[in-house]
Ligand binder design. Structure first.
Ligand SMILES: Cc1ncc(COP(=O)(O)O)c(C=O)c1O
Length: 345
């Protein structure tokens, strides 16, 4: 590898995104996208967008969109940052809130981007192992500069008790980033902590419950000084005109998002029943995916056999995740096809 490349970059693998197959026949249950289309208001917003205006830069601070987000959650636009997917906002947090000799923490297993962000920054990674059933397990004296917490967690789907999260935020010496990518599918959220505490940021995305993974819009809510720090280091025009317009339309149609969420939760219930009947261990899910351990067959073999039948789920080889599969909740028809394929596997 070229000696021109930084040592830390040479040493790292980089993030491995879930596969995006080109074959339209594939039943895609591997990256927690929505199986349903986004709000019709998004189509209208895109159709009424004048292509002519694309010669102009977008609003660099996405003010109209931030005002909408503040209306939804409380606070003011000064409490809101928007980015090119929540992945961009996670990366900005790792740059804004961690000194070069600092440390980034996260639960293991959780979102596999977090260790990569620590590697990119060439800072210490300080992971915390979850309990035997992937439950909350935080040492009382744990310290780091920043802690990324997916809640509810991915890939396990488990929601941590809010009392634990609240107590942790109160005693942690650094910034706590609560990554609520899946929170619309769960019973409770922690947005109030972002608005009350000076060291807590809550991240949301339009990629899951709003069915807009292709749009790339994530946002952060928190104390104004933290938000200001993110603005200082972002790219000048990090959210384009098309994304700002479409995201505004999607966020203005909460009813559509809620309908999609309820549909997914109903399919989630039905799929859990079917899989448990077949002997799978299914973890309690507060998300749009299931974390399951298959009976009799190894997770790796089941992954391969499903793949042969054009059904794609997510398998994380190695370590504590190797005995499990993460399965996105698709439509009822897709989940029935999955269950049928599993019966034959
Ligand atoms: C926990 C978690 N955070 C963030 C993201 C990234 O979301 P976005 O599409 O907004 O970048 C994902 C995507 O799968 C995720 O699982």
């Amino acid at each position: 590898m070229s000696a021109y490349i930084k040592k830390s970059v040479r040493a790292m693998q980089g993030y491995t995104p879930g596969e995006q197959p080109t074959n339209p026949q594939v039943i895609k249950l591997n990256t927690n996208e929505s199986p349903y289309p986004p709000s019709p208001a998004v189509r209208e917003a895109l159709q009424s967008l004048k292509v002519e205006t694309l010669r102009l830069y977008p609003d660099p601070v996405s003010l109209v969109l931030r005002r909408k987000i503040a209306d939804l959650h409380g606070g003011t636009p000064d409490n809101v940052f928007v980015g090119n997917g929540s992945d961009e906002t996670l990366a900005l947090c790792s740059r804004a809130f961690v000194e070069d000799d600092g440390a980034i923490g996260y639960f293991e297993p959780s979102y596999s981007l977090y260790p990569v962000l620590a590697q990119i920054r060439a800072v210490t990674a300080r992971p915390v192992a979850l309990g035997p059933d992937f439950e909350w397990a935080m040492p009382v004296d744990y310290q780091a500069s920043l802690f990324f917490m997916t809640t509810p967690n991915a890939p396990t789907g488990i929601q941590y008790p809010k009392t634990e999260i609240r107590a942790f935020c109160a005693r942690f010496p650094g910034i706590v980033v609560l990554d609520e990518a899946y929170v619309d599918f769960s019973r409770e959220h922690c947005m109030d902590l972002a608005l009350e505490c000076d060291n807590v940021l809550v991240l949301r995305t339009l990629s899951k419950s709003y069915a807009l993974a292709g749009l790339r819009l994530g946002y952060v809510v928190g104390a104004a000084p933290l938000i200001e720090a993110l603005f200082k280091i972002k790219d000048s025009y990090n959210v384009g005109r098309i994304t700002q317009a479409a995201a505004l339309a999607a966020l203005s149609d909460q009813a559509h998002m809620q309908t999609l969420v309820e549909r997914t939760k109903a399919t989630r219930r039905r799929t859990i029943t079917e899989l448990e009947r077949m002997g799978f261990r299914v973890f309690p899910s507060e998300t749009n995916f299931l974390w399951v351990k298959p009976p009799q067959i190894s997770a790796a073999d089941l992954y391969r056999r499903l793949r042969e039948q054009n059904i794609l789920v997510r398998y994380f080889p190695g370590g504590r995740t190797q005995d499990y599969l993460r399965i996105t909740i698709g439509t009822d028809e897709q989940m029935q096809a999955l269950v049928n394929a599993m019966r034959g596997a």
